[in-house]
Design a protein around this ligand. Sequence first.
Ligand code: SF4
Length: 98
Amino acid sequence: MTPIEKARAAPRPTVTLPQYRRLLRDSGMVSARIDKVMTNLEEMPATMRRTYFKAATGEASPRECIQAFCAECVGWDRASVTECTSIGCSLYLRRPWK
Ligand code: SF4
């Protein structure tokens, strides 16, 4: 089982930040990017980590990538995505949680 498959199979609350760091190292990601991804993982609510991790490692669907991008765009606040007023944004009509 690959590190990505392990992350997918794990129940959401059981993947800890140190485990995410190990999975990123095992994926072959360069260390500078690991540090940036880990910073994001540390800042976001735990409920958003799995989708973001999948997007950051190239394992997410386009829909999940949009979800992760919108969440990051508004500082990981789901309600702010719902209330997004950037009607000119190319992702506006496809944003999650509306
Ligand atoms: S739709 Fe809104 S929340 Fe999503 S990326 Fe665009 S501006 Fe950000």
